[in-house]
Design a protein around this ligand. Structure first.
Ligand SMILES: Nc1ncnc2c1ncn2[C@@H]1O[C@H](COP(=O)(O)OP(=O)(O)O)[C@@H](O)[C@H]1O
Ligand SMILES: [Mg+2]
Length: 146
C-alpha cells in the first residue's frame, strides 16, 4: 500500500545533528496527531539510532546519515535510519542489552531502548558497507475532538 506521506533527510554525522534528526522526525509525525507519549517514544528511538551512526558507524570520521519516514493511513509509521559506515559484524550480539563496543561511556542499551519504544526494530548491516535500522510503530488514530 502506498504511504499517505513520506519524507527524506540527509545530514553529516555531527553530534549537533542529533537534535536536528529528532526535530525533523517530530515535525513529520505531527500530522498524525500523536499522543505526547508516542511522540516522546519516537524521538527517543530516533535519537538512539542516529547517535549510533554518529558514534559507531562513523567513529573518528564524518559521514552522511540518511533518514526516511513514511506514514500510512492506518497510523503505521516507519522510519529508516541509514549510514554507510563501518557496519556491524554480528547484529544479533550487537542488539543484546548491555553489549557495547563503545567502552566506558556507552551503556549498550540503545537497541533495547528502540525495541521498548517502537513496535518493531529491524537491523540490516554489512561490515564495511553500512547499516540500516528500520523502526516501526502503529500510532493510535484518535477521532477529531476525541
Ligand atoms: N550504525 C551502527 N554502525 C556500526 N555499529 C553499530 C551501529 N549501531 C550499533 N552498533 C554496534 O552495536 C552496539 C550496541 O549498540 P547500542 O545498543 O546502541 O549500545 P551503545 O551505543 O551504548 O554501544 C554498539 O556498541 C556498536 O558496536
Ligand atoms: Mg547506542
Amino acid at each position: 500500500m502506498k504511504p499517505e506521506n513520506e519524507m527524506r533527510a540527509a545530514f553529516p554525522s555531527a553530534s549537533a545533528n542529533e537534535g536536528l534528526a529528532r526535530a525533523v522526525v517530530a515535525a513529520f509525525v505531527a500530522q498524525a496527531d500523536p499522543t505526547v507519549a508516542e511522540l516522546a517514544d519516537i524521538k527517543t528511538a530516533v535519537s538512539e539510532a542516529v547517535t549510533n551512526c554518529i558514534v559507531h558507524a562513523y567513529r573518528d570520521t564524518l559521514g552522511t546519515v540518511y533518514i526516511t519516514a513514511k506514514l500510512w493511513g492506518d497510523g503505521t509509521l516507519q522510519i529508516k535510519v541509514r549510514d554507510k559506515g563501518c557496519g556491524i559484524a554480528d547484529v544479533k550480539r550487537a542488539m543484546e542489552p548491555l553489549f557495547t563496543t563503545g567502552g566506558e561511556e556507552r551503556a549498550g542499551l540503545g537497541f533495547a531502548v528502540m525495541q521498548s519504544f517502537m513496535d518493531r526494530v529491524q537491523v540490516r548491516s554489512k561490515p564495511g558497507a553500512g547499516t540500516t535500522v528500520t523502526l516501526q510503530k502503529k500510532l493510535a488514530r484518535r477521532p477529531p475532538n476525541g
